[in-house]
Design a protein around this ligand. Sequence first.
Ligand code: MRU
Length: 337
Amino acid sequence: MKIAGQHHRAVEWSVQQQCPRWLNQCLLPFAVRWRESGDPETICQAIETMEVRGAPSIGAFAALGLALAFARDEARFFSHWLPRFRATRPTAVNLFHACDAMAQTASEATSAQHMIAAACAYADAEVQRNQVMGEHLAERLATGQRRILTHCNAGWLAAVDWGTATSGIYQLQAQGESPFVLVDETRPRLQGARLTAWELQQQGIDCCLQADGAAAWMMQQGKVDAVVTGADRIAANGDVANKIGTYALSLAAKAHGIPFYVAAPLSTMDAHCPDGQHIPIEERGSEELTHAQGETADGKMLQLRIASPGVSAANPAFDVTPYANITAIICEHGQWP
Ligand code: MRU
């Protein structure tokens, strides 16, 4: 999708430098800074620090990072690099899907060029899936006044290109519709305020930010036609792990008779996980709640304490929405049965 009118992908292989290239999402929306690295450890750290985040982007980036690891350090590909990449984040299953795919390619007597081509094909396939998924989702969203509430960032930043939840919104726009998006700010890391709002603005989509706690009220006021989120892992029974706050949204949507859609490619489905209780939920540092980061009027990045000194803070990064609260899960094949 676009930044200042130019098409970009969140992660890609730099043909010139022969290494992964990515947009540092920790600096958005204050600075658009691209990074490249030929060090696989730096790629792992970029996932851990969430310079690259969002389930499909994490998967594609890990595939590119593993291709790099194979090219630079083939001897330790299976013993060190595969476990190192697998340990970066626990919840988004796309990471493990990509690791399995690259392990399979590496086990079939191969070359570095073969691995790089496989990783690029993995990222391309993700983009293709998102685009088609968006067409299916747009059909569902083409009702009412197209006032769509979304949570976290399930946009192109999170999914290489197009996005999962936003893909349907971008497809609606391409069809000449004028969707309006209510963007949950998404405490504590503010992926909605910092990433989704910026992404939609770049794309020329009308949107409005709201506090997470405003969502149920906006539904009660009749200001929401549909809720659309992405997913980090979908269990075999249809339970969905996604950014913390998604479960509460699903309860509110159910109470108000508002359709609740989850958009996710098959790479987010975990057939080995029977239900939501078996999904590992990442617990992140308490400083994400006790401190806030932002830009001053003169362009300096600052980190400020915003909580009572010494207070403890629980920070589960994801929650699980039971399948019974979900109207439909939309994937690249349409509605997931
Ligand atoms: O912790 P994050 O920012 O990686 O969490 C991302 C989400 O929860 C997204 O909603 C999810 O990955 C869907 S991605 C298109």
